[in-house]
Every structure is written in C-alpha cells, then in structure tokens.
Design a protein around this ligand. Structure first.
Ligand code: PLP
Length: 322
C-alpha cells in the first residue's frame, strides 16, 4: 500500500484531473454497481454529504438511536444541514422495527418536518443486517417515497460474512457510504456511491465543506489498493475475532456476546471491579485497549494476526488473575 502511494499518478482532483482518484471512484462504483462514486475524507463526511444531497433544509431523516450517523457524528445533519434527525431504537441485531419506522413518517402537513430519508448501518456492531430485512426496508422506503441510505462503514465485512458480492447488499439502497480506513486498512478516506445526479450534488457539497482534494491520488492509491487487495482477506479478521471469542469465553468471569453473529468485533463483559484497571493492566502486556465500560469492544484487522490473538487472550487471563 505504501508503495502504491509512492508511485501514484496524480493531478488536481478539484478539476477532475486526478487519474488515481478517478480510478478509485470507478472501482467503488463497479464493486457496488452504482452509477457513480466519490472519494471523501471520512465516513462522517460521507454520511453528512448523503444527508445534504438527499434532503433539504427542514427535512427529516430516520436513523437508529444507536447509529453512528445519528449518535457519533456531532449532530452534523442538524448543525450544518438543518435536517432534523428522527431516531428510533435499534433492535439488538441492528435492525429497526419497520412498523416503528412507518409510524414515525410524518404526514404531509406543514406542522411537521418532511420525512425524506431512512438510514441503516451495516454491519451494526459487527453484525450484518439480514438481507431479507434490507428488502423489506427498501420496499417500505419506496412505498413512502423515502430515499434509503446505507452507512456501510463495514459493508465489505457484511458481504464477506454473508458470502454475497457487496453489490447484492448495495442494490437495496439509493446511496452507500463505505470506509476504506477501517478493516480495509487505508490510512484515511471513504467512498460515497449512488446515482450520477446524487454524486454530482455530493461533490458540490464536499467542495463547500472543504473536502475538495488537490493531488488526491496519493491517498486514493491507498484506498484503491485496499479495494483491490484487502476485501477477501477480511474473512481472516472474522476468523481471528471468533478465535478470540472462543479463547476469552474460556476465561472465568468473561462473557462474550453473540460471537457467531459477529464479523470482526468481539464484545466482552468483564467483571465490573476490574473495568477501571483493565486498560493499564493490559498495557503492561503490550496490549492497547480502551476499556471504559461494559461490554468492551475488541476489533480485529489486518495488523492483528493469529499469534496476536493468542497473546491478547493470555494477557486477559493474566489481567484477571493478578
Ligand atoms: C467509523 C465509522 C463511521 C465514520 O467514519 P470516520 O471515517 O471515522 O469519520 C461511520 N459509521 C460507522 C458505522 C463507523 O464505524
């Protein structure tokens, strides 16, 4: 990946002249079978661009109450786009009850914001959403004239786990955001995918938000490398996460949540009394985690190999018994 960055062909992407950014965007559109795609600085920017491009000021979007795009993006939709969020509680598996979604869609009455967009997240806490659920959500959105956006920060993990091409998941959505910088291992960036018209709008908003790149190819090359080389290997992260779950389950006092349903994430509940100390105990063993509350989240990625999994499990055992 570093070599690809070193050798990247570049141009000025604000003028649409960076060949590597163009190739990356074409590759993303090809993988997800959308008309077009846009390379953006982050997943947060990508989701915000989707809100700005689908909605007008005074519109509303529906999202899960635990969704990253609602909870962890600084309220950007409300702050920068004057779009009102309508959160609805997520089920444990990441789905949102479609009856509740339907009930939250506002009638055509000037007392209400105009419900315009429905957002889902996949994977959700490392769990792929069931494909049948995506079909039902798409059908509901169509029925009510809503656009459907996917925060697919970890879309490729879902595709690998469900053993389907990513476009089979993407086909249900009007727009999809996917992170290059998570399990795919690029240093930065996301891709936002959708129709030509949608991407044209998003490109305009991206410029306004200060996200117009110049020699974008230097970082686009890393994203392109990630899409070309690091998707299939995500299955190893899933295997490693499952191995870690199995090893942690054997340690007295640890409870792992739904390991079979997760991709590259492990959620483990540790005894309350060691929560405050666990981070520093593991640090002494060379394992960096941030443990502030239960359950703690552990994520596998391309820099974590199988020996590291065994080492981590040993460090947990040691931390709990000393
Ligand atoms: C990481 C993440 C984002 C945001 O990505 P950044 O590049 O960190 O802004 C959005 N949604 C989900 C589900 C994520 O995990």
């Amino acid at each position: 990946m570093r070599q690809a960055m070193l050798n990247a062909d570049v141009g000025d992407d604000v003028y649409g002249e960076d060949p590597t950014a163009i190739t990356l965007e074409a590759k993303a559109a090809e993988l997800l079978k959308t008309e077009s795609a846009l390379f953006v600085t982050s997943g947060t920017q990508s989701n915000l661009l989707a809100l700005l491009s689908h909605c007008q000021r005074g519109d509303e979007y529906i999202a899960g109450s635990q969704a990253h795009s609602y909870l962890e993006e600084g309220g950007g939709g409300a702050v920068l786009a004057s779009i009102q969020p309508q959160p609805i509680e997520n089920n444990h598996d990441g789905t949102i009850d479609l009856n509740k979604v339907e009930a939250a869609i506002k009638p055509d009455d000037f007392h209400y914001a105009t419900t315009r967009l429905f957002c889902l997240e996949n994977t959700f806490f490392g769990q792929p959403l069931p494909i049948t659920y995506l079909e039902e959500a798409a059908s509901l959105a169509r029925h009510h004239g809503l656009s459907l956006h996917l925060d697919g920060a970890r879309l490729f993990n879902a595709a690998i786990k469900q053993n389907v091409p990513a476009h089979e998941i993407a086909q249900h959505f009007d727009s999809i955001s996917a992170c290059l910088s998570k399990g795919l291992g690029a240093p930065m960036g996301s891709v936002l995918c959708g129709t030509r018209k949608f991407i044209r709008d998003a490109r305009r908003w991206r410029k306004m938000l200060g996200g117009g790149w110049r020699q974008a190819g230097i970082v686009a090359s890393a994203g392109l490398y990630a899409l070309e080389h690091n998707i299939e290997r995500l299955s190893r992260d899933h295997t490693n996460a499952f191995l870690l779950s199995r090893l942690l389950e054997q340690i007295d006092g640890l409870v792992v949540d739904k390991p079979r349903e997760r991709t590259n994430m492990v959620f483990v509940t540790v005894p309350e009394d060691i929560v405050p100390e666990l981070t520093s105990r593991l640090r002494k063993a060379g394992i960096l985690i941030s443990c502030e509350y239960n359950p703690i989240r552990l994520v596998t990625h391309l820099d974590i190999d199988e020996p590291a999994i065994y080492r981590s499990a040993d460090a947990f055992r040691h931390a709990l018994t000393h």
